[in-house]
Design a protein around this ligand. Structure first.
Ligand SMILES: Nc1ncnc2c1ncn2[C@@H]1O[C@H](COP(=O)(O)OP(=O)(O)OP(=O)(O)O)[C@@H](O)[C@H]1O
Length: 242
């Protein structure tokens, strides 16, 4: 693993009303690693990754991506963000959605065609490319959202629960692709509450109620808690729902 720090959060907090949903979190993500944010529903994973992607702003603390303080438009083209709520145009078909986002990302015509073909292959949507999005299932929308986040081959990929609603075979091929991208230098942050996906990450941050309970490699976290599984380690660190 490369040691250049690509994402760096320093003591960031975020409140909604009187509720602190991200509480004084500091962490770094290094080039070419897959960093997983693991935590139950409501832990603050989405809020944290949105601040990394520059979509939301921390109340205090600082986040830098590629040494630029977020949020800034300067790195927006270097980040691929896949949100949980699919930001797709329902009236358009899949191909038109891809074309639209490719033009936003500034992909040239020839490059656009190749990239669209590659990402559509990857998420296995070839047969549905002409179908309007409002006829897509939830899983198909997830796959298209993932394809869109990959279109411009970003240096940093931030994926919020990318494999929810996706069948195990495709999920495996998506993880294979994430690994291939990371080996080629892409830095990836992925949120999940699925333990077997957490095991696939190079490092993990365990979140609960806005607090970063622990971080480390899956092996380190298991070893430190004397547990055989990530789930066991998470519970030891205080991740259990009360
Ligand atoms: N815009 C908002 N206004 C008010 N509260 C919010 C807002 N966005 C998130 N929250 C609250 O912040 C907390 C953390 O939410 P967040 O979506 O970050 O959690 P999460 O870990 O991503 O959960 P999930 O796995 O269910 O997506 C929750 O209590 C949620 O209700």
């Amino acid at each position: 693993m490369n040691t250049s720090r690509i994402i760096h959060a320093t003591e960031i907090s975020k409140r909604f009303g009187d509720k602190t949903v991200v509480n004084n979190i500091s962490m770094s993500v290094f080039q070419g690693e897959i960093f997983g944010l693991l935590g139950p529903s409501g832990a603050g994973k989405t809020t944290l990754v949105k601040m990394m992607a520059g979509i939301d702003i921390a109340d205090c603390g600082e986040i830098t991506v590629l040494d630029m303080t977020m949020p800034t438009f300067k790195v927006i083209n270097k980040i691929g963000f896949m949100s949980q709520s699919d930001a797709l145009y329902g009236e358009l078909n899949a191909f038109e959605n891809l074309e639209f986002f490719a033009s936003i990302y500034g992909l040239k015509k020839a490059q656009r065609k190749n990239r669209i073909r590659d990402v559509v292959d990857l998420v296995n949507l070839n047969d549905d490319i002409k179908k309007p999005i409002n006829q897509f299932s939830g899983g198909m929308k997830r796959r298209l959202s993932l394809a869109i986040s990959l279109l411009h081959e970003p240096d940093v990929l931030i994926l919020d629960e990318p494999t929810v609603g996706i069948d195990p075979v495709l999920r495996q091929s998506i993880w294979n692709e994430l690994r291939r991208l990371s080996q080629n230098g892409t830095t990836i942050v992925v949120t999940t509450h699925v333990m077997d996906e957490a095991e696939k990450c190079d490092r993990l941050g365990m979140l609960r109620d806005g607090n970063l309970l622990a971080k480390g490699t899956p092996e380190e976290l298991k070893k430190q808690t004397g547990m055989q599984t990530i789930e066991g380690a998470f519970l030891q660190y205080g991740g259990a729902r009360q």
